[in-house]
Design a protein around this ligand. Structure first.
Ligand SMILES: Nc1ncnc2c1ncn2[C@@H]1O[C@H](COP(=O)(O)OP(=O)(O)OP(=O)(O)O)[C@@H](O)[C@H]1O
Ligand SMILES: [Mg+2]
Length: 423
């Protein structure tokens, strides 16, 4: 085709331990990468020779080679360059250390290492988790991935935390497959919106995943990789310490920040290893709006898929068929607290929500709970729906759902997060 002739094609010869980095900011631009010879990997996923990988807007990618390779790049990314300074060898060494612990665990039939990645925003925490997980499965391991970052929500949707058994490397262009993740609803974009609830959910997720780890021998020996959010000061730091305890973490990898590294060395139990890791020079700091956009894309992907399109369902739900709650009510002054109630209790209180137009565009979590009180907060969720219309006359909500009707459960939990369904 004549169009094809106008596509710019560049060949890059990469030496040992170097990477090709590129970024796409233009909505209409597509970049295709083909490995012509040698070995290369994208955040731990091996590329197949001669296969083309396509990337669209928002891609910030590094293709790394341990032994040299030739890559063809077609298209016009906003930035593209080869970097020879990368922390990949350190990441590989860290993985080897984890792998030794896994082998030992396998020999003695004990639990494998629980590793956590922490650091400020935009240092490559999610990427390092992905690299660790990919390397682990490539070696035949089946680790559990835990994501505590409610801001980006890699498992399920922003506003939730969850865990996932990783059985194969992530496809180069998408994330890990989302089969049957274990998900808990938090309902806010940042832990600070309800720190008490966040800790309760971390404890619950930890308890459940540690239990599940015991139920599957291969997972048990493989251990866990835990991703966290970039809030590392004050309250955020306390959440990290809480998670280290709750998940019985053995190793904390601290990306980029020496202060955080030293604080952790001082504060965690001696049995926990704290390891400093440099960040990659390829990471570009994201603006607030880029972050919001990434969050929005993540929700869109949940309903519509990314590369493999999904077709969500839209249907009506009668007001009388559901009960909507939110978790947490504004704190009461001490003098108004009912006898025997602590101030913190308000943060984990189940509050009935009136059905009305205010629900429009909101995300609702579909709880596994049957609605009988207490257990709702600590129940995991089957999935998420989005309210696309509220009809007060007919008393129905129209919802967007990844599953066809009917809703599997009637207890819904209101999230702060909103999504405008513009497709
Ligand atoms: N070596 C690299 N070269 C180029 N881009 C990279 C490299 N490593 C990671 N990135 C990109 O940098 C961005 C930020 O990385 P990542 O999401 O892992 O950081 P993070 O610390 O998890 O951020 P957040 O605080 O938002 O959770 C991502 O788009 C990622 O694809
Ligand atoms: Mg992240």
């Amino acid at each position: 085709m004549s169009d094809d002739n106008s596509v710019t094609s560049t060949e890059y010869k990469l030496e040992t331990d170097s990477e090709l980095r590129f970024e796409i900011e233009n909505k209409n631009e597509k970049v295709t990468i083909t490995l012509l010879s040698g070995h290369a990997e994208l955040f731990g996923t091996e590329l197949v020779v001669k296969k083309s990988y396509e990337f669209g807007v928002g891609a910030k990618v590094a293709i790394f080679t341990y032994h040299g390779c030739t890559l063809e790049l077609r298209g016009k990314p906003d930035v593209a360059y080869v970097a020879r300074e990368t922390p990949m060898v350190q990441y590989l060494n860290a993985n080897s250390a984890l792998e030794q612990l896994r082998s030992k665990a396998e020999q003695d039939d004990l639990q494998g290492p629980v590793a956590m990645v922490v650091g400020p925003t935009d240092v490559g925490k999610t990427t390092l988790c992905r690299i660790f997980l990919n390397y682990a499965v490539r070696l035949g391991r089946r680790p559990i991935y835990v994501d505590l970052d409610v801001g980006q929500g890699g498992i399920a949707i922003p506003g939730a935390i969850g865990a996932l058994l990783v059985e194969r490397p992530a496809p180069a262009v998408e994330g890990f497959s989302q089969q049957a993740p274990l998900v808990y609803h938090f309902g806010h974009m940042t832990p600070s919106d309800n720190g008490v609830l966040y800790n309760v959910l971390i404890s619950k997720l930890a308890e459940t995943t540690l239990e599940r780890l015991q139920a599957n021998k291969r997972a048990k020996h493989s251990g866990m990789i835990i991703n966290t959010c970039g809030w590392v000061k004050g309250g955020g730091y306390k959440h990290i310490l809480h998670a280290v305890k709750a998940f019985e973490v053995n190793a904390v990898f601290v990306l980029d920040q020496e202060r955080l590294y030293n604080e952790l060395l001082r504060d965690v139990d001696r049995s926990v290893q704290v390891i400093f890791m440099p960040k990659s020079g390829g990471i570009v700091v994201r603006t607030r709006s880029q972050r919001a956009e990434a969050r929005d894309n993540r929700i869109r992907e949940y309903f519509y898929g990314s590369k493999m399109p999904l077709y969500p369902h839209s249907f009506d739900v009668k007001f009388s068929d559901v009960k909507i709650f939110k978790i947490g009510s504004p704190p009461l002054p001490d003098s108004c607290l009912p006898l025997g109630m602590k101030k913190e209790d308000n943060f984990t209180k189940l509050v009935a929500v009136q059905l009305g137009p205010h629900l429009l565009h909101h995300i609702l979590a579909v709880s596994f709970a049957d609605g009988s009180g207490e257990n709702v907060i600590q129940s995991n969720v089957t999935g998420f729906i989005c309210v696309t219309d509220v009809n007060m006359e007919k008393e129905v909500l129209t919802v967007l759902s990844p599953q066809p009707r009917p809703l599997p459960q009637s207890v819904l939990l209101l999230s702060d997060l909103q999504f405008m369904d513009s497709l």
